[in-house]
Ligand binder design. Structure first.
Ligand code: FMN
Length: 406
């Protein structure tokens, strides 16, 4: 039994929450480095939420949406990239202190086998959130059935100059031209090896270095596949990032066929050598014509691709035309992407005739959006922008809605 005034739920939250009436703080309010102080903040939620606290403790899925809205209102005052790194650092601390399951409850259980892998539920974290692969266990505790880390490239790279990440808040969208900043595949693999307490499926998203010409891209992808083989449950080939010059040329049918057949042959060799099969997944852009999709479907079927992710971000600015950030180059994600990504998903689902499973990504903000992806032909879904705007409650709600759909 949890009393109203002494709910045990604790969280690590930013300093902008110092004055909130439901939060008891025991840290220096002048400190801006809340992570360094590892400040513990006691949250006194209303009666109903405390009952839910008790439910969470007895293993029912429960996430407190209010708590996330409080954290979000503070984080959205910060520069987006800073908010991102603070959030991930906070999640790592909270995970180490075993606080996340108190906030998020038990992950929704809805086991499903896709690509020969057993997923605990159908909702995953999309690539780009955990670029360094060092926050995997925390995302698992927030209810994700699978986490895709990266994108990782053979050598570390800094990405594009800042600022390169922009929120379009009224439109619930994000524009980024990060340029695949990452610590390199070797560091990523070390971080994965150091991960404890993750029970979901792990995807490793790979790409070529920015400086590698397209003609030599295959070497980069193959070397990343080799490096990730022992630690990945599946490997995603990112050849659809709009922030790497000319990368999308690799999605022309003949280039895609060359890349994929080389990767499939390396996959066969590695599989023979190790006795373990790691499925290969390609991640596509939402900006392709119908004929390009048709051609790619033939390539994917011929090469016996294991899985597909629909979709990456779009270069379109439809839905954010009036926002000042619309003039920024790069990929748009979030709510305005939903319909476009679903059209691409439906077109691929038709062309692939159910022979290659699809992971639906792009613009999921509600449980209904997630169900819509499954109805459009996806076997699994991934979140990115919706998770930024709606937080952990979306993960559990989406997973439960998919589990319960008829
Ligand atoms: C800031 C940001 C960084 C991203 N970085 C990557 C990346 O490194 N690799 C990748 O494959 N996709 C990346 N994505 C794309 C997402 O994985 C996802 O496909 C896309 O955002 C659409 O989903 P959403 O509308 O739920 O955000 C990134 C997206 C955002 C917003």
């Amino acid at each position: 039994m949890v009393s109203r005034s002494r709910c045990p739920r604790k969280a690590i939250l930013p300093p902008a929450l110092f004055k909130h009436p439901n939060l008891n703080l025991n840290l220096n309010p002048n400190s801006h480095n809340f992570l360094a102080t590892a400040a513990q903040i006691t949250y006194n939620p209303p009666q109903a939420a405390c009952r839910a606290c008790a439910r969470a403790a007895s293993s029912h899925p429960y996430v407190n949406p209010q708590l996330y809205q409080l954290a979000k209102s503070a984080l959205f005052h910060l520069d987006p990239e800073r908010a991102h790194s603070l959030t991930l650092a906070g999640l790592r601390v909270a995970e180490r202190l075993h606080l996340l399951s108190l906030v998020a409850g038990q992950p929704v259980s809805d086991p499903v086998t896709v690509m020969g892998l057993k997923f605990p539920n159908r909702v995953g974290l999309a690539a780009g959130m955990d670029k360094e692969a060092n926050t995997i266990a925390a995302f698992g505790h927030l209810g994700f059935g699978f986490v895709e880390v990266g994108t990782l490239t053979p050598r570390p790279q800094p990405g594009n100059p800042k600022p390169r990440l922009f929120r379009c808040i009224p439109q619930q969208a994000i524009i980024n031209h990060m340029g695949i900043n990452n610590p390199g595949i070797d560091r990523g693999v070390e971080n994965i090896q150091a991960t404890k307490n993750f029970h979901g499926v792990l995807g490793v998203n790979i790409s070529k270095n920015m400086v590698t010409p397209n003609a030599e891209a295959n070497h980069d992808y193959v070397s990343c596949l080799r490096a990730a083989w022992d630690v990945a449950d599946y490997v995603t080939v990112n050849f659809s990032c709009p922030n790497v010059p000319n990368l999308l040329e690799l999605a022309q049918a003949d280039s895609a066929a060359r890349l994929l057949s080389q990767l499939k042959s390396e996959q066969a060799n590695l599989s023979t050598d190790t006795g373990r099969y790691v499925p290969l997944v390609m991640k596509v852009s939402p900006d392709m014509s119908e004929s390009q999709i048709e051609e790619l479907c033939h390539v994917f079927l011929d090469c016996q691709l294991d899985g597909l992710i629909c979709t990456n971000t779009t270069t379109s600015r439809e839905g954010v035309e009036d926002h000042p950030a619309a003039k920024e180059s790069g990929g748009l994600s979030g709510k305005p992407l939903y319909n476009r990504a679903n059209e691409t998903l439906e077109a691929f689902a038709k062309g692939l005739r159910g022979e290659i499973p699809i992971i639906g990504t792009g613009g999921i903000f509600t449980a209904e959006d997630a169900v819509g992806k499954i109805r459009a032909g996806a076997s699994l879904v991934q979140l990115y922008s919706g998770f930024i705007y709606n937080g952990p409650p979306l993960v559990q709600a989406a997973a439960a809605a998919i589990r319960d759909m008829r």
